[in-house]
Design a protein around this ligand. Structure first.
Ligand code: ZN
Length: 134
């Protein structure tokens, strides 16, 4: 893994959270993007080399809605950039980590992503992401 790519934060109201994070970070969101397959709409901020991803659920039973039901709003996942997502998935599987998807899937921000189960990583949902070559 090469660096932390972004930190994902689960929010109930994306517009309200965008307003708060714009004031907190001193920059506006630079893009919104829906990820249909995950039932979320995302909003990205850049702070220097780092990114923050706000996530609002578009489905009552989606993963973000469930996370908020369980734990309230807050940090949802940490995403690490990887050069070769399949190689990294194989490496983690061999190390005994539980992957939440067997194949890389399309995430926001033109990335191929894979999630690692939080019970494998001390309660942290880890996202691997690779810049999509297509
Ligand atoms: Zn993410």
């Amino acid at each position: 893994m090469t660096r932390i790519e972004h930190i994902g934060i689960a929010v109930k109201d994306l517009a309200a959270a965008e307003e708060i994070y714009a004031r907190l970070l001193g920059v506006p969101s630079y893009k919104r993007e829906a990820v249909e397959s995950e039932g979320v709409i995302t909003s990205f901020f850049k702070t220097g080399p780092n990114k923050i991803e706000l996530l609002e659920s578009t489905k009552a039973d989606g993963p973000i809605a469930k996370a908020i039901d369980k734990r309230g709003e807050g940090i949802h996942h940490i995403a690490f950039e990887v050069a070769d997502i399949r190689a990294e998935m194989d490496r983690l599987k061999a190390e005994g980590f539980i992957l939440l998807n067997e194949e890389p899937k399309r995430g926001a921000d033109n990335k191929l992503v894979c999630f690692v189960h939080p019970k494998s990583a001390n309660g942290v949902l880890v996202e691997l992401c690779q810049e999509n070559p297509e």
